[in-house]
Design a protein around this ligand. Structure first.
Ligand SMILES: *Cc1c(COP(=O)(O)O)cnc(C)c1O
Length: 442
């Protein structure tokens, strides 16, 4: 394409300054050899000349399933053909003997917490950088989310900090595979086994990810997935929860279905639960989407690795760490910038990236979960928190501190990645980061 000349020239300039940097030559000499190109923000040429590739997410396969669904005489989930097909296809992605569809990722996590028998006052350790859906079910079961700190370049739970936060009340760990990068499940599982804790995997952002050779979700006691619109695959809203555990697994269905075990039947309610059922229209779309997971994850993993490789050695830019043997399905690509390395703040850095044509955003969630007003006020149930009033917990979210998580949120920059992007496009995103970093380098 005719945009390649200016791009490859910039690539060459940036690459030569990296090479000089790698040879332990100070930045000043590198920039003297190759003055940074003029920022698009200041009227220069854009580093990303290609338009943002279209993200086509559904089509003929989904239509075909919806057609089949509309010809049915029931749209109810139980033994519904779309739900049956969805679960059959899901089992190929996450091969566990027990699986249930449900209305959201939040529902999947709530079902897991309930099926694990987490009781009022029990503590569940998890990440403070996640969707609030990770802990909604914990709180509804009157259990207590305990936040542990994260790895500086994985943005996932630091197993050592998790261990430090274990108390006699700790019952479970929810490992969130942020942005599709597998947590250190080796360490977390060893810890969970040693301290007799339930391990729940929040795979909402990790469709198609793998740890070592293992599909994500298959190492913990529960796997929870979201099919919300923003995830790698979707049916608008939906979720899946699965387990290989012979005690927990058979409980999944009833905890999403008003506490009724449809296999035992009899119409009696043995347990207390809510209605988290997914209907056949959602299941139809979700079943078709299951067939896309592998190619989406393969593409995102490949493109994310290219971006990571292209950003090696950029001074002031810290890249996410993905183990060679793992597959990160990059729900997004998140790097961190070192404030002292640049003459601008993060907002300006991102403004400059956006001007270069890169789909970039400053930050992720505004504050760690515990920093949100509802946590700071302990006001979960009509402004009150029964377990605290009953003396079952002395948790005070105003005193919680996870310094690395807080630092991550202050320094992170996100770049959009999706499977419709080409390698050339992704390389131009890296060129934009290198150009902006070189311009503002101190
Ligand atoms: C999206 C998400 C959830 C919640 O899923 P919903 O389907 O939106 O309820 C939970 N955890 C993480 C990490 C998520 O990204």
């Amino acid at each position: 394409m005719n945009s390649e000349d200016p791009l490859s020239r910039r690539d060459f300039l940036a690459a030569s300054s990296i090479a000089l940097g790698a040879a332990a030559v100070v930045g000043a000499e590198a920039s003297a050899a190759a003055p940074p190109a003029k920022l698009a923000l200041h009227g220069g040429e854009k580093a990303v000349v290609e338009r943002l590739p279209k993200h086509i997410r559904w089509g003929a396969p989904e239509k075909e399933r919806l057609d089949a669904m509309i010809g049915q005489d029931t749209l109810f989930y139980w033994k519904g053909p779309q739900t049956t097909l969805l679960l059959e296809r899901f089992r190929k992605i996450c091969p566990l003997p027990h699986a249930t569809s449900c209305s959201s990722g939040t529902a999947a996590l709530h079902i897991a917490v309930a099926a694990a028998g987490i009781a009022p006052g029990d503590e569940v350790i998890t990440s403070p950088i996640t969707d609030i859906g990770t802990v909604i079910g914990v709180l509804y079961q009157q259990a207590v989310p305990v936040f542990a700190d994260l790895g500086r370049d994985t943005y996932n739970l630091d197993p050592q900090d998790v261990e430090r936060r274990i108390t006699p009340r700790t019952r479970a760990i929810i490992a969130v595979h942020l942005a599709g990068n597998p947590c250190d499940l080796g360490a977390l599982k060893e810890l969970a086994d040693r301290r007799k804790l339930v391990l729940i995997e929040d795979c909402a952002q990790a469709w198609g990810a793998r740890r070592g050779g293992k599909p994500i979700g298959t190492e913990g006691d529960f796997a929870c997935f979201s099919l919300q619109n923003s995830k790698q695959v979707t049916c608008g809203d939906g979720g899946l929860v699965a387990s290989g555990d012979p005690t927990f697994g058979p409980r999944l269905q009833q905890f999403g279905d008003k506490g009724m075990d449809r296999l035992a039947s009899g119409g009696l309610f043995e347990t207390f639960a809510t209605n988290y059922r997914m209907s056949e229209p959602q299941a139809a779309v979700a079943a078709a989407q299951m067939e896309r997971v592998e190619s989406i994850a393969e593409a995102r993993s490949r493109l994310g690795r290219i971006l990571n490789d292209e950003l090696a050695g950029v001074a002031g830019v810290d890249r996410p760490r993905v183990r060679d043997e793992d597959r990160c399905s990059f729900w997004f690509y998140m790097l961190r910038i070192r404030p002292e390395a640049f003459r601008c703040d993060r907002a300006e850095f991102v403004k400059a990236l956006a001007a270069e044509g890169a789909p970039a955003a400053a930050g992720y969630i505004p504050v760690p979960l515990y920093g949100n007003p509802v946590f700071q006020r302990h006001g979960f149930f009509a402004g009150r928190w029964p377990v605290k009033e009953m003396g079952l917990t002395d948790m005070d979210y105003t005193k919680v501190s996870c310094p690395e998580a807080e630092a991550i949120l202050k320094t992170c920059v996100r770049l959009m990645i999706h499977e419709g992007m080409t390698e050339t496009y992704v390389r131009s995103l890296a060129a934009a980061v290198r150009k902006v970093a070189a311009h503002y380098a101190t």
